[in-house]
Design a protein around this ligand. Structure first.
Ligand code: ADP
Ligand code: F6P
Length: 320
């Protein structure tokens, strides 16, 4: 391939810039022309793209967000949108694309590949909810941000003998809630993957810890469970503990990426370009058991990701 594109799509994630940098530099080093496509599939369809050189990605490795901007493009879920994307590639001489995004973005990459534009997916989302991989770019930064924010919430929760019911992102997945919940010593963690009973899993647990002298509480709730205001009210009514709902929001998706996110993003971006260099498309680059591997995009999209049940049970054992 002589000319490739790179785009970021869906919700942004810290570390996407490090992946873009790796794609551009690996591509340039291999003698290819690399085009940065703006705002995901939207920019592909409209032809909003520009050539990038090695210096165009200077000073971005430490920045959150994505220098290529990102968007959700409903049009790309339709045949006509994909057809326009393929046409745009032909118009601009783009022979392959590195798609950095979540599983929806991978579906777009699959559709493009099927239509003759080889794509390689790189997992970028704070949610860590892509079935085929253990780790997604942005997840580590987001977990650490949540941890730091909740540590602050904890200070004031403790001063006032309160309960803080914290909602964290994750869409329909509870990985952020579970791992950050453990890291902040939450008394209870509610995730959409597992059934829960408020009385048994929250109130009764709090009551038990009160008996051993606990006076302030963090309850971690994944957004896929929701209802933090109502839960705070129930806790106050049942236990007489003054409670507050805290919705962390988009602060979880920004900020300077951690070392792990920068390194993994660099590895994945570089690997994706090496595949395209060899003329290999229709793949996703993923991390499995701490190793960077690549998988067939169709197989990858059909996989199921087991929830970390043992980790969840351990969290409950020690949050007493
Ligand atoms: P997020 O989870 O942040 O919404 P995704 O990566 O799941 O991000 O989706 C981003 C974009 O991928 C969508 O806006 C759309 O352009 C494209 N996309 C999503 N689902 C599909 C699909 N089934 N087929 C083709 N493209 C899709
Ligand atoms: O997929 C990333 C994510 O931040 C989810 O955790 C969350 O559900 C969603 O995107 C929020 O999207 P928006 O930025 O459109 O509010």
């Amino acid at each position: 391939m002589k000319r490739i594109g790179v785009l970021t799509s869906g919700g942004d994630a810290p570390g996407m810039n490090a992946a873009i940098r790796a794609v551009v530099r690996t591509g340039c080093e291999a003698g290819m022309e690399v085009y940065g496509i703006k705002r995901g599939y939207q920019g592909l369809i409209s032809g909003d793209m520009a050539r990038m050189d090695v210096r165009s990605v200077s000073d971005i490795i430490h920045r959150g967000g994505t220098m290529l901007y990102s968007a959700r493009c409903p049009e790309f879920k339709e045949e006509e949108g994909v057809r326009r994307g393929v046409q745009s590639c032909a118009d601009h001489g783009i022979e392959g694309i590195v798609v950095i995004g979540g599983d929806g973005s991978f579906r777009g990459a699959r559709d493009l590949s099927l239509s003759g534009v080889p794509c390689v997916g790189v997992p970028g989302t704070i949610d860590n909810d892509i079935a085929c991989c253990d780790y997604t770019i942005g997840y580590d930064t987001s977990m650490n941000t949540i941890m730091q924010m909740v540590d602050r919430v904890r200070d004031t929760t403790e001063s006032h003998d309160r309960c803080s019911v914290v909602e964290v992102m994750g869409r329909r997945a509870g990985y952020l809630a579970l791992n950050a919940g453990i890291a902040v010593g939450a008394t209870a963690i509610l995730v959409p993957e597992l059934n829960y009973d408020i009385e048994r899993d929250v109130i009764e647990r709090m009551r038990r810890t009160q008996k051993t002298g606990k006076r302030h509480f963090i309850i971690m709730v994944a957004e896929g469970v929701g209802g933090v205001e109502e839960l705070a009210r129930k806790i106050e009514q049942a236990l007489g503990v003054e409670s507050r709902a805290v919705i962390l929001g988009h602060v979880q998706r920004g900020g300077t990426p951690t070392c792990r996110d920068r390194v993994v993003a660099s590895q994945m971006g570089s690997r994706a370009v090496k595949l395209l260099c060899e003329g290999i498309g229709n793949r996703v680059v993923v991390m499995q058991k701490e190793e960077i591997v690549d998988l067939d995009i169709f197989e990858a999209l059909n996989m199921k990701k087991p929830f970390e049940r043992e980790l969840y049970d351990m969290a409950y054992e020690i949050s007493i």
